[in-house]
Design a protein around this ligand. Structure first.
Ligand SMILES: *Cc1c(COP(=O)(O)O)cnc(C)c1O
Length: 347
């Protein structure tokens, strides 16, 4: 069987009683960006987390969180979500035969993600408020009703997410020089940092990467140094004003000698088009914040030639078709005659 609990079981807190849940998550491709890498004169790869079973990295932590919830006797799981956490929670809960309740900020969830939560059979509740408020409510439901909360406040989520760092090191034989990653609730950057450190302690790698955390300008509490009460960005997966894992993420950036930076929605969307049109890779807007951040760093301070950089593409572009369709030209429509087609092709 493939999957995180099988491949990295020796590094995870599994017991005999932990069900070996799997949707064959993980082992996602590390794709060299041959065109953009040579433009920037660096050795650039992307970790394409959109290849996970529900289309985002959230599967890595969710498989462990749900397995542990079952081990602990939970009767149902609950989460608040900007979309991808709910898709993953709903899928693994379905697999494990557990009811799943998801709280989504009204009108701010990409359509693909909403479709996923619903088709996997979760009870979806739309909250008239932002993600941070939905999370407060999910925590309350967990405390009052004993539902297992599977947001990244659940420590098993971040443990499972370390597996992405391990895969990168296993494939490269070493940690990269820099890791560039989008930051919303700041769990994933913390998990990668813990994962790289774990591998170094085990003697599987020698060095640690510099951690570069990229936020959307309209939701950039870690860059600006204060919470955002009304976070706003086209990158809905990182539209978070009060990151739960802020302290851990700051530590990762400080200890690694890295930095946080913010990019505008225009930069994020331009990076999305660039990645698709120059490399054939379609990632959702939040994911493209990592590439946008890298381009900005290259512009503003330059990048040492030839260094090895891994940018994390956290989620699949198909999750948010509207974000893509809103920025591309309309298609050409013709009648069904050859002459009409010939005329269009000759333009
Ligand atoms: C969840 C998510 C993020 C943000 O990860 P955090 O751990 O909240 O910082 C970024 N991109 C995508 C696609 C996500 O689903």
């Amino acid at each position: 069987m493939r999957g995180i609990l099988f491949r990295y079981g020796d590094l995870l807190p599994l017991t005999k009683a932990t069900p070996r849940l799997s949707l064959c998550e993980g082992q996602t491709p590390l794709i060299p960006l041959t065109n953009l890498g040579s433009d920037l004169a660096v050795d650039l790869c992307v970790k394409f987390e959109g290849a996970n079973p529900t289309g985002s990295f959230k599967d890595r932590g969710m498989v462990l969180a749900v397995a542990k919830a079952i081990e602990g006797g939970a009767k149902a799981v609950v989460c608040a979500s900007t979309g991808n956490t709910s898709a993953a929670a709903a899928a693994y809960a379905a697999r494990a035969n557990l009811p799943c309740f998801v709280l989504l900020p009204s009108g701010k969830v990409a359509r693909g993600k909403l479709a996923q939560a619903l088709i996997y059979g979760a009870r979806v509740i739309s909250v008239r408020g932002n993600f941070d408020r939905a999370l407060d409510l999910a925590r309350k439901a967990s405390e009052e009703l004993g539902l297992a909360i599977v947001n990244s406040v659940n420590p098993y989520r971040l443990l499972g997410q370390q597996s992405a760092a391990w895969e990168i090191c296993d494939e490269l034989g070493e940690a990269p020089d820099r890791l560039v990653i989008p930051v919303g609730n700041a769990g994933n950057i913390s998990a990668y940092w813990a994962g790289f450190n774990r591998y170094r302690e085990l003697g599987r790698t020698r060095d640690l990467p510099q951690m570069i955390g990229v936020q959307a300008a309209g939701a950039s509490p870690l860059v600006e140094g204060h919470p955002f009460d009304e976070p706003e960005t086209v990158a809905t997966a990182i539209r978070i004003g009060r990151p739960v894992n802020a302290e851990k993420a700051k530590e990762a950036v400080r200890e690694s000698g890295g930095r946080f930076l913010a990019v505008s929605d225009e930069e994020i969307l331009a990076a999305q088009r660039l990645l698709a049109s120059r490399e054939g890779i379609f990632a959702e807007p939040a994911s493209c914040a990592s590439l946008a951040g890298l381009l900005r760093l290259h512009r503003e301070e330059g990048l040492p030639e030839g260094i090895r950089i891994v940018a994390v593409l956290t989620g699949n572009g198909l999750k948010d078709p509207d974000a893509a369709l809103n920025q591309v030209p309309e298609m050409v429509e013709i009648d069904d005659r050859w002459e009409s087609l010939r005329e269009v092709l000759a333009r």
